[in-house]
Design a protein around this ligand. Structure first.
Ligand code: FAD
Length: 493
């Protein structure tokens, strides 16, 4: 991976450290964190579970929303901990290979976490901005840069990250959650906190605690299709651009390499010029119908000659909310990856020397479970451009429920807002839910799930959790608009 460092940024960095020195400082700080395990136990199902960590705020899941939540709580002086089953932060962004971040299309939607992330990407020489107002991409990035930057953000905000730690259960006193029980490298441990934020994507903490939830489209019972993303290296991207955009005349990507994408989706109303390329593969027996259903590829900034494939899209029979079906989907998806990558190497100009570089280490679930909270966002909120006095974010990304519904974009400058009430529940006073599993219908979630919006929702969750503790107000009683405007990440206008 190449992180280009401009002269300006080199000077900015040189005063403090070179990248290498910064890395070693991070490692030292991380080691220093390790010795602070509290003494104590938590009685759970007939046994005493050792207390591993005691925090003000415990965030389950270190994806885009979870990092934003923990970092914003940490920045407000709260002791925050992230429980994460992987060994990198970013969730779908990093382990799921889901890059880039799509634009919200909403003017002035960046909250301070997003601005901070952009600054840090720039510092690492990531050319995140394609400077094209027609571009669907908000931030071009790459997973390795994000993993490092998120570690750095957590360390700077004194956030403890428990990696390779899997949520198992909650312990409650009445309706209040007191502990999370987690499987760690050293067996079952308890994590105690005053407020919990569920950023698991699957609402697993909320559901376990008794919050009502739903999954899939109410009309079909099916989740959105999952994708098993992968990276390919050794690509001559300029040659691909010449073939797809110049020779074939594909015009949907308004930008050129290094900010470049190409795609084909047979279930969309638009006819993509690459449909013939994929159908030829079906006819020759090299691809299946399912392989050719949806194909999308994004250049990865900082990794020249590499692309991130937003495919294969798994057939709908593989469910993001059924463990057996999900696992079979992994095997089916892996076979699809090998067929598609071989087909590209054989037939796509620019891929002659390409190779399969990396499979995602997390299956790409667009939608699994969503909570039913105090406010339930629905499709009308998108079309009516709903505003809320307790709004925590604005967005206008179109409804993109693969295979079910793809909406028109809202008019330029239009957007809807997401209320704090869609992050909290009637059942659990000290719980906030953030990211793609908030209280929203299947169709509306297909708009609000994009990464920048998940980050802004997570940021608000962290701020609310910290403010609630300072003011002795339960998370599910907080009225976001009562938090002083200067302390809010987003103020509805
Ligand atoms: C295939 C695909 C393509 C997409 N394309 C785009 C795109 O181009 N642009 C865009 O902006 N958005 C895109 N999205 C949407 C976007 O990536 C996600 O909606 C968003 O990243 C979700 O962030 P999150 O924090 O809510 O959840 P996640 O990223 O899912 O994070 C959840 C975290 O919780 C952890 N976790 C879960 N369960 C447990 C447990 N039991 N114990 C411990 N840890 C746990 C996970 O490991 C993970 O780190 C796409 C999504 C998919 C699936």
């Amino acid at each position: 991976m190449q992180f280009k460092i401009s002269r300006r940024n080199f000077i900015k960095m040189a005063g403090a450290a070179t990248t290498g020195i910064m890395l070693s400082q991070l490692a030292d700080k991380a080691t220093g964190h390790a010795s602070s395990a509290p003494k104590g136990k938590c009685y759970y199902k007939g046994q005493d579970i050792p207390l591993l960590y005691e925090a003000d705020i415990c965030v389950l899941g270190g994806g885009a929303s979870g990092v934003a939540a923990a970092v914003s709580a940490g920045k407000r002086g709260k002791k925050a901990v992230i429980v994460e089953k992987g060994i990198t932060l970013g969730g779908l962004q990093t382990m799921g290979n889901v890059i880039p971040c799509m634009t919200t299309w909403a003017p002035d939607s960046d909250t301070s976490f997003v601005t901070d992330l952009k600054d840090r990407l720039e510092k690492y020489g990531i050319d995140y901005d394609d400077h094209n107002e027609k571009s669907e991409v908000g931030i071009w990035t790459n997973p390795e840069a994000l993993s490092l930057i998120y570690d750095e953000m957590c360390l700077a905000a004194n956030v403890e990250v428990l990696y390779n730690t899997i949520f198992v259960d909650v312990v409650k006193k009445g309706s209040t959650i007191t502990h999370v029980i987690a499987q760690t490298i050293d067996g079952l441990k308890a994590i105690k906190a005053k407020t919990f934020i569920d950023c698991s994507g699957d609402a697993i903490l909320a559901r376990t605690a008794g919050v009502p939830s739903e999954h899939g489209f109410e009309k079909t019972g099916k989740n959105q299709p999952m994708s098993f993303r992968f990276e390919m290296g050794g690509i001559d991207l300029e040659k691909v651009y010449q073939y797809v955009t110049v020779e074939l005349g594909e015009d949907f990507c308004p930008t050129k390499p290094p900010h470049y994408e190409f795609a084909e989706a047979r279930h969309r109303t638009r006819q993509y010029v690459l449909e013939k390329f994929m159908v030829d593969g079906i006819n020759s027996g090299e691809l299946t119908e399912e392989d050719a259903e949806y194909m999308q590829a994004f250049a990865i900034v900082g990794k020249p000659g590499t692309i991130s494939m937003n495919c294969p899209e798994l057939p709908l029979e593989y469910s993001a909310s059924d463990p057996l079906s999900y696992s079979r989907g992994v095997m089916a998806g892996r076979q699809m990856i090998h067929r598609i990558s071989q087909y590209f190497i054989k037939h796509m100009p620019g891929f002659e020397n390409a190779y399969l570089a990396k499979e995602a280490s997390m299956l790409g679930a667009r939608e699994s479970w969503r909570i039913r909270g105090k406010y339930y966002l629905v499709e009308d909120d998108y079309h009516n451009q709903s505003r809320f006095k307790d709004a925590v974010a604005r967005t206008a990304w179109f409804i993109d429920a693969h295979g079910e519904k793809v909406s028109e974009k809202l008019p330029k400058g239009a957007y809807y807002e997401i209320p704090y009430r869609s992050l909290i529940t009637n059942e659990i006073p000290n719980l906030i839910v953030a990211g793609r599993c908030i209280s929203a219908s299947f169709i509306l979630q297909a708009s609000m799930r994009i990464q920048l919006t998940c980050m802004s929702i997570g940021e608000a969750a962290g701020i609310a959790a910290a403010w609630g503790l300072e003011n002795n107000i339960a998370a599910n009683d907080i009225e976001w608009d009562k938090i002083p405007a200067s302390q809010r990440s987003y103020v509805s206008k």
